[in-house]
Write a protein that binds this ligand. Structure first.
Ligand SMILES: NC(=O)c1ccc[n+]([C@@H]2O[C@H](COP(=O)([O-])OP(=O)(O)OC[C@H]3O[C@@H](n4cnc5c(N)ncnc54)[C@H](OP(=O)(O)O)[C@@H]3O)[C@@H](O)[C@H]2O)c1
Length: 300
């Protein structure tokens, strides 16, 4: 099968399209034919080994444990292991590969213990591939805070993948949403339901009053102490800098929200697998709006 492999940490050029053996599913695994994947911040951080600590997942001196990146996917079940009863050949699925990565390939084996579920029926493979990482992080962080109807939430860095999902999920929970982003993304945030937008290039979002029940830093670039000053007594601050523990139930909750028409994936650009270096160059600039998709197979 074709896959994007990397043998050393470094710039986008280390990503090479190669022929590699197709994996064989174990008894508790499904083999997914990958239709679409994405480039997330996690992918370029693993590619560059930045921060250094990512070498704990990928390999200390060179990528040894992880040679194929790709954090999330959507595709079709091509084969199931002997013990698998919850999926069958032909099922359309979406999944987070977690720190095992491996979605930059035509096929990927997924154990049933991973976050894999039937694809939302109203999404294309491109749209569904963009959900698991940003969507799961957003829903888990918001659920940790106990956000509910009538609460006021400020989402800093609302225009990225985590941010655009968080805005829509918070609206669906009945919260009043203030989104903070740069000038050019204000219309995007309004279009996905933000009640109020603050342009951080023109306004200081960190000024009192302390009126929020929840502040979510969705890009890990806000000052925690400034955010905490915006909270009402008892309010909660959460950030992508912490690692939420999501499970398959969170993926199923997202699927339900998507199928009820309440949540969409914001897609900035779409590349093909042989354009993976360009896709990484773009995402590494930290300016993507929502998600960047990589098509593994041609789709209508
Ligand atoms: N802990 C976890 O489990 C987890 C999971 C997923 C992601 N993450 C982390 O979350 C972060 C965000 O990822 P992402 O994919 O959602 O977005 P991203 O693509 O990494 O970030 C792009 C967005 O960040 C905004 N941005 C850049 N600099 C900013 C700044 N100084 N202040 C405010 N916004 C800024 C840009 O919008 P503007 O042009 O409008 O500023 C752009 O829309 C990454 O660092 C990623 O590693 C963590």
């Amino acid at each position: 099968m074709k896959a994007v492999v990397y043998e050393r940490y470094g710039p986008p050029e280390v990503l090479q399209l190669r022929e590699v053996p197709r994996p064989i599913p174990k008894s508790n695994e499904v083999l997914v034919k990958v239709y679409s994947t994405t480039v997330t911040a996690g992918d370029w951080r693993m590619r560059k080994a930045d921060p250094f600590l990512v070498r704990l997942f990928g390999g200390l001196f060179k990528p040894s444990r992880v040679k194929i990146l790709g954090f999330e996917l959507a595709g079709v079940v091509a084969e199931v292991g002997k013990e698998v009863q919850s999926f069958k050949k032909g099922d359309e699925v979406f999944a987070s590969c977690g720190y095992k990565f491996g979605a930059y390939a035509e096929y990927k084996c997924m154990p049933l213990s991973d976050k894999i579920a039937l694809k939302p029926v109203n999404m294309t493979f491109d749209q569904a591939a963009a959900v698991p990482i940003g969507g799961l992080t957003a829903i888990r962080l918001l659920n940790q805070t106990g956000l509910r109807e009538g609460h006021r939430v400020l989402i800093y860095g609302a225009s990225g993948s985590v941010g655009t999902f968080a805005v829509q999920i918070a609206k669906e929970y009945g919260a009043h949403v203030t989104a903070v982003c740069s000038t050019e993304n204000l219309p995007l945030l309004k279009s996905i339901g933000a009640d109020k937008v603050i342009d951080y290039k023109k306004e200081d979002y960190s000024q009192p009053p302390a009126e929020y029940d929840v502040v979510l830093d969705a890009v890990g670039k806000a000052s925690a102490s400034a955010c905490k000053k915006l909270l009402k007594p008892g309010g909660k601050f959460v950030s992508v800098s912490g690692s939420p523990k999501e499970g398959v139930n969170d993926l199923l909750a997202l699927k339900k929200l998507i199928e009820s028409g309440k949540v969409v994936s914001v897609i900035d650009k779409t590349y093909t697998l042989d354009q993976i270096q360009d896709a990484h160059r773009y995402v590494e600039q930290f300016r993507k709006k929502g998600n960047v998709v990589v098509r593994v197979v041609e789709q209508p």
